[in-house]
Design a protein around this ligand. Structure first.
Ligand SMILES: Nc1ncnc2c1ncn2[C@@H]1O[C@H](COP(=O)(O)OP(=O)(O)OP(=O)(O)O)[C@@H](O)[C@H]1O
Length: 776
């Protein structure tokens, strides 16, 4: 049994992580996996690069897989029994059709459905409870269908039709059309008088007309037509499936889809749902279809398969990485496979919508695209079991409203294995905002807090280089070329004005680029992730490195990485950019090129600060300190991952630097710097004074210690250099020259002992049993 299986992880998942070379669970995995498998809400704070993604993804995949298997089993059972009870329709037309019953899954838990799936009861006096039919009708089928509802107890009820992603409380959104006992029709929360009231023993007929030129919902009462209630929009008819839908409050109804004789014949041209041709029908929404267990009328097994996990990530690149992790960890899961979908902005929505239609179990995405898809009914949330905020503190700081809205729509009535689990993960999880949000969206969360507040991993060395243009006057030289941000394009910069704040600020910018080159050369860097403050700073630095790489050299000329132009192994300063202003394709290509070693330097904004995992990355450089101290911990955490040593170097200005600050999205004042926009924001312009001494103070305060400085000739602080050489460590390589070999030997030794112990245990058990048999 592997170490992961000892945590309760199923063999298929354990095998997948073994394929990745994981021998032992990391500490956060050892703590969090059993807690999540046990059904609890978990808040995990563990240092960067410690395997948090696996800590939530592995148990989630296991529970999702088990849930899907269970549904597939109950779906198969429902289909078999349903077909047995069906029939009675036009010869030949209904034989292959999925039988319709009230779904035991596509319902609220306070609604009970009878064993035959034909009676629904809600015993809550306060809450409406909804349920849908297990079979729906394609809006594009061109036919007309009918079913009957008999009111069998006092109480409130509303009946009609809704799409699989509609709210179960019928008529409260754009995808549901209902008729209530008080004589009101309802759609999208609009309640208008219609027909007449109905009550105990009344029989309401629900009509759906999908014929050409039709497109309507209507009702009858005790066989009398009440007239058209709703016209259905074309887009609904084209793209949606409509299911029988019922919502009740302290009431009971019996439903007849036409498998047994109806109380009243349907109006001319309408077929009872149970007798509709199979091609009109789609199984979905409930046990009969989920998990691939049921079959739709069009042979699309996944129709109606709804997401079980919702994972929010703060950046597109990280969302993509997490989705890939789910695919990697779940690659051996079969019957059914667990399907993961990526939903991020700035990319074509059409394939994502298609994916949702085909059915997806794990939804990973960024807040904007997710809320957009949820609000437009594309991502249904009524089957969600897991809500995960990865990098929770960033998500909560930037998107509290989206999180609150999404949480508000998640199903919370479940118990046991159906309970909604909320998981919050980050290396920095101790803010009051996180505590406050956790108090609202978690139920008794268990805190896995491995290293206390904001720990930097032992595998990360971090140092700073002071940049003081008052002492180092080399910035006044004109060579080598630098590409600063034009903040001081209108200021007189030269020896005569060299001590004004503006000149010193320009001096910082020039010095930093030249220092970067010296650091790269001195430490003989072959791979480094370089953080800049803004997209524009990334562009400028890209130009600078491209110029160093040789004018006219392939890869020179700026404009970002747009496909392989040369091997980074030949150009010592080859670079590409990963920043929010670049297209998703460019970002993807840049990250891939850097990971593959095709370029040596990845210049990035904070979109790459969190979560991005680059194997054996040796160096990070901060051209400018981040303005939020927690982002420092995440940025430097791009090195020192998975027990690999890494060094982070921060360039820290000793004087304030004037930088661009645009609160208006898309504004680029540096393209035409003038006396208005180079003013500071308090004077109506687009710049601020950035003081890195203060930012450094905040970071050191947070970490509780000073960050050591490199010497003027860019050597490591002595205590760091000594420790590194004493341990024989190198940046970009495993700590201790390769702990994994020791781990392997250790595991091999344990495996023999464990096998021996298992043999002894077997002997004890069998001897006990044989003695029992012998002596009774
Ligand atoms: N048990 C393990 N054994 C070996 N390697 C592991 C293990 N768990 C995770 N890893 C590897 O460690 C690296 C970091 O993992 P991951 O990205 O999940 O870290 P994280 O804690 O989420 O980091 P961050 O805080 O930066 O988001 C990955 O390359 C992953 O494959």
């Amino acid at each position: 049994m592997s170490a992961f299986e000892e945590l309760g992880v199923m063999p298929e998942l354990a095998k997948a992580v073994e394929d990745l070379g994981w021998m032992l669970p990391s500490p956060v995995q050892a703590e969090a996996i059993p807690l999540i498998l046990g059904g609890g809400d978990v808040m995990a704070a563990a240092e960067t690069g410690s395997g948090k993604t696996g800590a939530f993804a592995i148990p989630m995949l296991q529970i999702v897989h088990e849930t899907l298997r269970q549904r597939a089993r109950s779906g198969a059972a429902a289909s078999t029994s349903g077909r047995g009870g069906g029939g009675g329709g036009e010869a030949g037309s209904s034989s292959a059709a999925p039988a319709c019953v009230l779904s035991s899954e596509d319902r609220e838990l306070h609604v009970a459905v009878s064993a035959d799936g034909l009676t629904a009861q809600c015993r809550s006096e306060k809450a409406w409870g909804g349920v849908r039919g297990s079979v729906g009708v394609f809006g594009s089928c061109g036919g007309k269908v009918y079913y009957e509802v008999t009111v069998t107890d006092e109480g409130l009820c509303r009946v009609g039709w809704s799409c699989p992603t509609a709210a179960l409380e019928l008529g409260t959104d754009k995808l549901g059309w209902g008729f209530g006992g008080t004589g009101k029709k309802s759609h999208n929360r609009q309640f208008d008088s219609y027909g007449e009231p109905f009550a105990l023993n009344d029989v309401v007929g629900c009509l759906l007309d999908c014929s050409e030129g039709g497109g309507a919902v209507a009702f009858t009462k005790n066989g009398q037509a009440l007239g058209e209630a709703f016209k259905l929009p074309d887009n609904i008819l084209r793209s949606q499936v409509l299911h029988p839908a019922i919502t009740l409050k302290n009431a009971e109804v019996a439903v007849n889809f036409g498998a047994t004789p109806l109380a009243f014949p349907p109006p001319p041209g309408y077929l009872p749902l149970a007798q509709a041709p199979a091609a009109w029908l789609a199984a979905g929404g409930g046990a009969a279809a989920s998990g691939g267990g049921g079959g739709g009328g069009r042979g699309d097994k996944d129709l109606g398969r709804k997401p079980v996990c919702l994972i929010l990530e703060p950046a597109k690149d990280l969302a993509e990485q997490t989705a890939n992790c789910f695919n990697d960890y779940g690659k051996h899961l079969r019957a059914p496979e667990v399907k993961t979908g990526l939903f991020v902005g700035g990319t074509d929505a059409a394939p994502q919508i298609r994916l949702l239609r085909e059915g997806v179990d794990v939804v990973v995405g960024t807040p904007g695209r997710i809320i957009d898809f949820v609000e437009s009914g594309k991502i249904p949330l009524d089957q969600i079991r897991f809500f995960v905020l990865d990098e929770a503190d960033r998500l909560i700081a930037d998107n509290p409203d989206v999180i609150t809205k999404l949480y508000g729509r998640l199903p919370k009535q479940g118990t046991g294995i159906h309970r909604l689990q909320v998981l919050l993960f980050s290396a920095t999880l101790h803010s009051p905002e996180v505590r406050d949000m956790a108090g609202r969206i978690c139920v008794n969360p268990i805190l896995v807090d491995l290293k206390g507040r904001d720990a930097v991993p032992e595998t990360v060395d971090h140092v700073l280089v002071r940049v003081d243009p008052r002492e180092d006057r080399s910035w006044l030289q004109s060579k080598p070329d630098v590409f600063t941000d034009s903040c001081h394009a209108l200021d007189r910069v030269g020896p005569a004005t060299a001590s004004t704040p503006e000149c010193l600020s320009e001096g910082v910018k020039r010095l930093k680029q030249r220092l970067l080159q010296r650091i790269i050369d001195t430490l003989k860097m072959e791979q480094c992730l370089i953080f800049c403050r803004t997209n524009h700073d990334c562009d400028q630095l890209e130009k600078f490195l491209n110029t160093l790489g040789g004018a006219g050299a392939p890869g020179g000329g700026g404009g970002g990485f747009r496909g392989k132009r040369e091997s980074g192994k030949e150009n010592p300063y080859s670079c590409c950019v990963l920043a929010g202003a670049r297209s998703m394709d460019e970002r993807r290509a840049a990250l891939a090129a850097f990971k593959d070693g095709d370029v040596r330097f990845l210049i990035a904004t904070d979109v790459a600060a969190r979560g991005i995992d680059i194997r054996e990355l040796p160096y990070v450089i901060n051209m400018t300190l981040p303005d939020k101290s927690e982002d420092y911990i995440h940025r430097i955490g791009r090195v020192g991952r998975a027990d690999t040593m890494g060094l982070a170097v921060s360039l820290v200005a000793a004087v304030p630097e004037k930088v661009w600050f645009c609160s208006v999205k898309g504004l680029k004042p540096w393209l035409a710097p003038d006396s208005a926009n180079t003013r500071t924001t308090d004077k109506g312009g687009h710049t601020i004074w950035y003081d890195e001494r203060e930012l450094l103070g905040a970071i050191e305060g947070r970490l509780g210690r000073a960050i050591p400085a490199m010497s003027e000739d860019l050597q490591l602080p002595p205590q760091l250099a000594e420790r590194l050489s004493a341990a024989g460590d190198k940046y970009g390589q495993q700590r201790g020259g390769g702990v994994s070999k020791e781990v392997t030997e250790h595991l091999e030794a344990i495996a023999q002992n464990v096998a021996h112990l298992a043999g002894l245990e077997w002997q004890v058990q069998t001897s006990y049993l044989s003695l029992k048999r012998k002596w009774g």
